[in-house]
Design a protein around this ligand. Structure first.
Ligand code: NAD
Length: 290
């Protein structure tokens, strides 16, 4: 299949490389000068999109997605699919889909879970919003880049699933970190805390798979000096998107709001800059109740 791939950063580059390795003809474009194995680089987003059956975008935010979409939609052939894998606000996803459909294209919002490891290993989970016809065409590519793709309903529903998932993730990571810090002060060994909680009702992905305490549980960014993994500022971005969405539909999300405020303090202060989102644990270690 002829594929255009726009946004070849930490996530996009390995995803595009996997598609090229599987035998697809991938033409890429990025604002920054990048090279990706097996991918032919174009001089513009429109050039990468021209003649492609599917154009994939993997960009930082909704404003950039809107700008790129305005450039690529007129360059795409009718019937082609615009497949956005970025994490963006629900409104931008729906507006871009509407514009694409008006131009005779299929449009899917398909944000991912699994991080850079999942992107490199082809084991991402895709949560997909948009029309069934587009999903059928894109399925083959989603199955190369990931291990699971869930069609969540109409346009925007992929983004809705993503921000709900990450709101749970942000809150459980904070709860796990504060519980470790409390356990430390109560004199409970971290190994014992992990052994109990990871097989009890307090278990979660944050504890079991991505444990924020170094040297405990499976290998995680905590074992690498909290080098991201999933950066705290990306978690803050997703939590802000969740709160923006909650406000738009009048949903009460007090835990999500608290998580968003804590990550904002964390990223805007010195503790969280350039660090993994699990570096909340050293933040709690340093603090008492005051
Ligand atoms: P990144 O900053 O590494 O990559 C984004 C790329 O987009 C950059 O290479 C940048 O040069 C390019 N870009 C920016 N504006 C552009 C434009 N106008 N035209 C062409 N290229 C442009 O970010 P990333 O970590 O790859 O994340 C991409 C998306 O995936 C984000 O929406 C992020 O929230 C989401 N995401 C990231 C992770 C993660 O662990 N990194 C996990 C899940 C989802």
């Amino acid at each position: 299949m002829k594929i255009g791939f726009i946004g070849l950063g930490n996530m996009g580059a390995p995803m595009a490389a996997n598609l090229a390795r599987a035998g697809h003809a991938v033409t890429g474009f990025d604002m920054a000068e990048v090279g990706v194995e097996g991918v032919t680089m174009a001089a513009s987003a429109a050039e990468a999109a021209r003649g492609a059956a599917v154009v994939i975008t993997m960009l930082p935010n909704g404003d950039i997605l809107r700008r790129v979409a305005a450039e690529v939609i007129p360059a795409m052939d009718p019937g082609a699919v615009l497949l956005d894998c970025s994490t963006v606000d629900v409104e931008s996803a729906r507006d871009v889909a509407r514009e694409a459909q008006a131009a005779g294209l299929s449009a899917l919002d398909a944000p991912v879970s699994g991080g850079i490891g999942g992107a490199a290993g082809g084991t991402l989970t895709f949560m997909v919003g948009g029309d069934e016809a587009g999903f059928k065409i894109a399925r083959e590519l989603l199955d190369i880049m990931g291990q699971k793709a869930v069609h969540c309903g109409p346009s925007g529903n992929g983004q809705s699933a993503k921000i709900c998932n990450n709101m749970i993730l942000g809150a459980t990571m904070i709860a796990t970190c504060e519980a470790f810090a409390l356990a430390d002060k109560l004199g409970l060994a971290r190994e014992a805390m992990f052994d109990v909680v990871s097989t009890s009702s307090g278990s979660s992905w944050s504890m079991n798979t991505y444990c924020p305490a170094p040297g405990i549980g499976p290998k995680s960014p905590a074992d690498n000096g909290y080098t991201p993994g999933f950066a705290a500022d990306l978690m803050l971005k997703d939590l802000r998107l969740s709160q923006q969405a909650a406000e738009a539909v009048d949903a009460d999300t007090p835990m999500g709001r608290a998580a968003c405020d804590l990550y904002a303090q964390f990223v805007e202060g010195e503790d969280g800059k350039g660090r993994d989102f699990s570096a909340m644990l050293p933040r709690f270690e340093k603090r008492g109740r005051g």
